[in-house]
Design a protein around this ligand. Structure first.
Ligand code: TYM
Length: 329
């Protein structure tokens, strides 16, 4: 049986949050099974859509690669690479841009959100970002793309672009589908539980970083915004409480019914303490592994070089086919 191809990426803008981990990275690890072949990348080109400090980007890109390995990405079975090391992505992106309508890009909610947030830097890259992301996916013939809820719309655009290109020029691209976790496709901020947890939040109490100390994690959960209802339940409009229960389920493997039962008759103090404990148990091993990998410079460089070579081999094949389909060869 032919293996299913999996592809996903993460921007090296800061340290990943618990949201990135539960929404995506944990699934990346779990999808490394015998009937899948996974490509995982640090999306450094995507990071350029907001103003950046070159030295920081360099350092954060490496550190992100080390963290991905610490989260369980095994580079022996899944090529792990830096997006910009595989130049084919940017080339395919041009072709796909000519198959994408501005109307489609105008509808991207992330573009709207980011333009509001960076009103002084609404650059063309921010606008065409989903096209590059489609190239990332289609160039590997990915069947499945593990992402959190906020990236679903981008994967759906990649599907539409693939279908349109195939219809216009003949079968070229695999039509991908997004894969999201049962619990935690959208982890919310701890201080503002009506908005997603983000690694670029200006208030550090709003998110749990994968490298936060256990004591800091406990403190952040203690401060998490909830509501004044007397019982703990998963219910419409109870954003803070729902978020804590969701994180609890994601980290313990319990169902929502079981989780709610665990906290029958308890107050928020108990819930917050238990969530913090479950999160610490999940990410403490990641932190230990991260430090070990980051210290081994030679190993990390070797992994990324080999990953890029493996990725480029596959990417070039798709690029050749796409170029030839549109009449460039
Ligand atoms: P990025 O770096 O913003 O986020 C990486 C992954 O984490 C998920 N995520 C969340 N999941 C649950 N709750 C949250 N609060 C939360 N915040 C983030 C995201 O959905 C994502 O899966 N454009 C992508 C990177 C990318 C990519 C790709 C992904 C570039 N090319 C190709 C898939 C395929 C991004 O900015 O993710």
């Amino acid at each position: 049986m032919e293996k299913k191809i999996i592809l996903s990426g993460i921007k090296p803008t800061g340290i990943p949050t618990l949201g990135n981990y539960i929404g995506a990275l944990r699934n990346w690890r779990l999808m490394q099974q015998d009937d899948n072949y996974c490509y995982y990348m640090v999306a450094d080109l995507h990071a350029l859509t907001v103003r950046n400090v070159p030295e920081e980007l360099r350092q954060q890109t490496r550190s992100m690669a080390a963290l991905l390995m610490a989260c369980g990405i095994d580079p022996e079975r899944s090529p792990l690479f830096i997006q910009s090391h595989v130049h084919q992505h940017a080339e395919l992106s041009w072709l796909l841009g000519c198959t994408t309508y501005m109307g489609e890009l105008n509808r991207m909610t992330q573009f709207k959100d980011k333009s509001a947030k960076h009103a002084d830097n609404i650059n063309a890259g921010l606008y065409t970002y989903p096209v590059l992301m489609a190239a990332d996916i289609l160039i590997y013939g990915a069947h499945q793309v593990p992402v959190g809820d906020d990236q679903k719309q981008h994967v759906e655009l990649a599907r539409n672009i693939a279908i349109r290109f195939n219809n216009a020029f003949g079968e070229t691209f695999v039509v991908p589908e997004p894969v999201m976790p049962k619990f935690g496709a959208r982890i919310m901020g701890l201080q503002d539980p009506e908005h997603k947890m983000s690694k670029t939040d200006t208030n550090p109490n709003g998110y749990i970083s994968l490298l936060d100390d256990p004591a800091v994690i406990t403190k952040k959960f203690k401060k998490a915004v909830t509501d004044c209802e007397p019982t703990i339940a998963y219910a419409e409009g109870r954003y803070g409480c729902n978020n804590l229960l969701t994180i609890y389920c994601a980290c313990t493997g319990k169902t929502m019914d079981e989780a709610v039962k665990d906290f029958e008759g308890c107050g928020y103090g108990r819930l917050k303490g238990a969530v913090a404990e479950a999160v610490i148990a999940e990410i403490e091993p990641v932190q230990r592994e991260y430090r070990r990998i980051l210290d081994d410079r030679e190993y990390l460089d070797g992994v990324l070089k080999k990953g890029a070579e493996q990725a480029a081999e596959r990417a070039q094949k798709t690029l050749d086919l796409a170029f030839s389909r549109v009449g460039l060869r």
